[in-house]
Design a binder for this molecule. Structure first.
Ligand code: ASP
Length: 359
């Protein structure tokens, strides 16, 4: 019943909904270049919209072309430019129902996390989408993903920065690209997606709903952050080299619950040296699902004792961007620690210890 009512409502709405589409490149906007025999971004925003089978009905789509980038080439300054573009568009068109950002899938999770932190309380959806196959190829997933994204931006009762892909709606700070080839490129890392697209837009509880809050644009990032993956044989001196290069924050992806080697090639000594020199260390997990819990094993406790903070269940992508965002504001240790453990945009859903003792 509710499905039918909302379908009829969307079809019979007299005033068009208004959505701004910002294009940044990615496979969705790519063309085949015979000279290099490879894909590169090249479709204009108009050409992208022309790939949609029937236009967008009762939705007015305002077009903004921002970049023509393969997202492997995205840099932190592109995140700042994107967040600034969203601020400018909001000031120009405060009546927008939502924003869609078409983007490459490779680094979409980083960009979506960056926008999540820099643009808060937007009150409406900011929806990232893309494709595995260029939009002009007949079997592309681009048109469908773009239609779904515009639909969520126009009508979804959600006020989050999210990724809409393959019929699912993922929170921008809880998502990872897990598949290179499948249409189902992204998954939410616990909890489940924010919603799914079917005949209706089905949205789950726990999301932020549309509201009239005043948007907060806080467009600052400290680029001096590093993401380091632990592997058997990693030499701890690398941490000090990173420090010497001027990095102020390092996310270390530990094993499992955030564990690090404590015998041969023990890392804790280098962590305490880095911390004593003013560098902030955060431990996340290499696992896609679950959380860093530095209290569970001896090989986790030593990291905490050496001064590392836990990323809890933040993805490494979200933890890295959050650290960059925090260090763009403060380097005061107590504040950084407090902010790192504060949930700002749904990036932490499990704060604390698992309580597992093995007993
Ligand atoms: N390399 C592309 C990009 O991230 C991949 C994609 O969009 O699927 O821009």
């Amino acid at each position: 019943m509710s499905i039918l009512i909302s379908l009829v409502k969307a079809l019979s709405q007299s005033d068009p909904a208004k959505v701004c589409l910002i294009t940044t490149g990615g496979t969705i906007s790519s063309v085949y270049d015979p000279q290099t025999a490879a894909l590169r971004p090249g479709l204009s925003v108009t050409a992208l919209l022309e790939s949609l089978p029937k236009g967008m009905g009762n939705v007015e789509v305002v077009q903004r072309e921002l970049f023509q980038l393969d997202s492997a080439n995205a840099q932190p300054h592109h995140w700042l430019e994107l967040a600034s573009a969203i601020r400018d568009i909001h000031e120009e068109m405060p009546d927008l129902n939502g924003i869609v950002v078409s983007h490459g899938t490779d680094t979409m999770a980083y960009s979506a996390a960056a926008v999540s932190f820099m643009v808060r309380d937007f009150g409406r959806p900011i929806v990232f989408t893309g494709a595995q196959i260029p939009a002009t190829v007949p079997w592309s997933d681009g048109p469908r993903n773009l239609i779904d994204a515009i639909r969520v931006a126009a009508f979804g009762d959600i006020a989050e920065t999210c990724i809409v892909f393959n019929g699912e709606i993922h929170r921008g700070t809880r998502v990872k690209k897990l598949r290179v080839n499948s249409y189902d490129a992204f998954d939410s890392m616990d909890p489940t997606p924010l919603g799914v697209l079917a005949r209706d837009i089905i949205l789950y509880e726990g999301r932020k709903k549309r509201n009239n809050l005043v948007p907060k644009f806080d467009i600052r990032i400290n680029n001096n952050v590093w993401l380091l993956k632990v592997f058997p044989g990693l030499q701890p001196q690398i941490l000090l080299k990173i420090l010497d290069m001027g990095y102020q924050g390092i996310v270390i992806e530990g094993f499992g619950a955030g564990n690090i080697p404590s015998e041969e090639n023990a890392i804790a000594g280098a962590i305490s040296q880095a911390v004593s020199q003013g560098c902030f260390i955060v431990i996340s997990s290499q696992c896609a699902f679950g959380q860093a819990d530095l209290s569970m094993y001896e090989v986790g406790r030593i990291a905490a004792e050496a001064g590392a903070m836990s990323a809890y269940d933040m993805t490494s992508e979200a933890a890295l961007i959050k650290l960059a965002w925090i260090l763009g504001r403060t380097t005061e240790p107590d504040q950084v620690r407090e902010m790192m453990a504060t949930d700002y945009v749904g990036e932490i859903t499990f704060l604390g210890q698992s309580g597992y003792t093995g007993a």
